[in-house]
Design a protein around this ligand. Structure first.
Ligand code: KG4
Ligand code: ZN
Length: 310
């Protein structure tokens, strides 16, 4: 990252093939793949730009939340580079990274903002009054939205990764043929486990995933997607009533979802400007962590925190 907002290199090594045959992420394999792939990725990213250690001002690395083995590999490597190059290092919260991905997408986007962060492990409504300040105002009581998509895909026999599979399937289904309940908890809390169970029972009543014809499978995917997206947007709407702000961000892996991207503007019309990062910046990537890093550093310095974000 250059000057805080310009991406100079953003390489992603996808582990989908590593985990696909197990139907989900295997933490041990994820950590090993990090160990194998991170050094060559960093070498390639620097090489592409003819950059060297001495050109680097600051190293940002994801410090969590996430799978501990993979995080340890990343942090260990970053600390090694920081020591070898004698450069400062900051630990970035993964979820802050997702919000900063939106700032990469729009040059004049600044806090105060409200963010809906939807990923494999999180469905959070977050207020960001200023750079480096985050307050979670709503979260899930059970499954995250991405986790719900992944489990629903398994129930429908669609395999891994589930979110993109449901998205593809839903595009040629009709949600009205197999309606599913829309979760509704009071306040700003999400819950997707009841919806997940409703789908499981429906599929069981229809004879199991292997008895589903293509049309029914697509209809179920469309109904499930609709219920998740409707619930997310309903809470976003409520949050905006409670915390009116001029800027809203929808981010995280699930922000890649076609229905969420197309329906989110409906909720916000005339109330706030919406920014959804482009697809490669929605799912996990390094640029979003680099974008957050200078702000994490500044915040740590302001608070005279010697641990710089850790
Ligand atoms: O942020 P992310 O890349 O990784 C985590 O931090 O978890 O989010 C991954 C999640 C997965 O659950 C994946 O199924 C979901 O994002 N996802 C999608 C789509 N693309 C990725 N969910 C719905 N529709 C999509 N197009
Ligand atoms: Zn993520």
């Amino acid at each position: 990252m250059e000057d805080g907002r310009r991406v100079v290199a953003n390489l992603v090594y996808s582990q989908e093939d590593v985990h696909a045959r197990y139907g989900g992420v295997v933490p041990e394999l994820a950590a090993r793949a990090h160990l194998e792939k991170l050094p060559p990725l960093i070498r390639t990213a620097l090489g592409q730009q003819a950059l060297h250690g001495e050109d680097v001002d600051l190293i940002g690395v994801t410090r969590g939340p996430g799978l501990i083995g993979s995080l340890l590999v990343g942090v260990g490597l970053a600390q090694g580079l920081a020591a070898a190059w004698a450069k400062p290092i900051v630990g970035v919260n993964h979820l802050w990274g997702h919000v900063y991905a939106a700032l990469l997408a729009r040059a004049d986007l600044e806090p105060p903002l409200l963010a809906l962060i939807v990923s494999g492990a999180h469905s959070d409504l977050v207020r960001m009054p200023a750079h480096g300040e985050f307050q979670v105002v709503g979260r899930t009581r059970d499954d995250a939205a991405g986790e719900a998509f992944d489990k629903a895909a398994r129930t429908l026999g669609l395999g891994y990764p589930g979110g993109p599979a449901i998205d593809r399937e839903a595009r040629h289904g009709d949600r009205r043929h197999q309606p599913l309940p829309v979760p509704s908890l009071p306040g700003l809390e999400f819950s997707f486990s009841g919806l997940k169970t409703a789908l499981l029972y429906r599929v069981r009543d229809l004879g199991g995933p292997h008895s589903l014809d293509a049309t029914t499978r697509a209809d179920l995917a469309a109904a499930f997607e609709w219920s998740v997206v409707d619930s997310l947007l309903h809470k976003l709407d409520r949050a905006l009533v409670e915390w009116p702000v001029p800027e809203v961000v929808v981010c995280g892996g699930v922000a890649a979802n076609t229905l969420l991207r197309s329906r989110a503007p409906e909720v916000l019309t005339g109330r706030a400007r919406l920014t959804v990062p482009p697809l490669p910046l929605c799912t996990d990537n390094a640029a979003m962590i680099a974008a957050a890093a200078p702000h994490v550093r500044q915040r740590a310095e302001l608070r005279a925190d010697p641990a710089l974000g850790w």
